[in-house]
Design a protein around this ligand. Structure first.
Ligand SMILES: [Zn+2]
Length: 191
């Protein structure tokens, strides 16, 4: 039990360090391009599971975490322009995600099909490849084996825009030019 709680503490510490590093880098950018905008508050399945584990409604749990994170950022004296804050779990934001999704559905760009996914039986959710660690275990439950499950999923036919994307990215200069090579390789196109 102690080992599990030490691992959880280490995981939390890593997550917090990641946040500091991530938001710290944004802050460096903000110093140059003030006022910076800021987005918080995705309600992902992991957060829903955390809300269940803590016996709190997901909305309340997420908003209280946002409040804590903002207080921390203020303590760090990050200079975000909070008037430009985006809270992605609020309807005034995600209604536009839904609008875009419906447009993609109408045009056949969003579609469903069955495919294999990484599934953690403890999280009861899908994991990205990089969330599978220690030779096939969940990053949150480091002793739980991740299973392969065939699930019906949503896909976006983004390759339909590959030519347009690469043509526009050809205009990028300096260190951003490398991004085009990265995308071309992912799309299996010549660099
Ligand atoms: Zn898990």
């Amino acid at each position: 039990m102690l080992a599990v709680s030490v691992r959880r503490a280490a995981y939390r510490a890593r997550a917090q360090l990641r946040n500091r590093r991530c938001f710290g880098a944004l802050q460096v950018d903000a110093r140059f391009q003030c006022p910076a905008s800021h987005g918080l508050g995705r309600v992902r399945i992991a957060r829903r599971n955390a809300a269940i584990a803590n016996k709190r409604p997901p909305r309340e749990w997420t908003l209280s975490n946002i409040a804590k994170m903002k207080a921390t950022h203020r303590r760090f004296q990050f200079s975000y322009d909070w008037d430009r804050e985006v809270t992605t779990c609020e309807p005034d934001y995600y209604r536009w995600n839904q609008w875009f999704f419906l447009k993609m559905l109408e045009r056949g760009i969003a579609y469903r099909k069955k495919a294999l996914v990484n599934w953690c039986p403890q999280c009861a959710t899908v994991l990205a490849n990089e969330q599978v660690v220690n030779d096939g275990c969940c990053w949150r439950h480091e002793t739980t084996r991740v299973e392969q499950r065939a699930l019906e999923q949503w896909f976006f036919k983004i390759t339909q825009y590959a030519d347009e994307l690469l043509a526009d990215m050809a205009q990028l200069e300096g260190r951003l030019a490398g991004a085009r090579a990265h995308h071309a390789a992912q799309l299996d196109r010549p660099v």
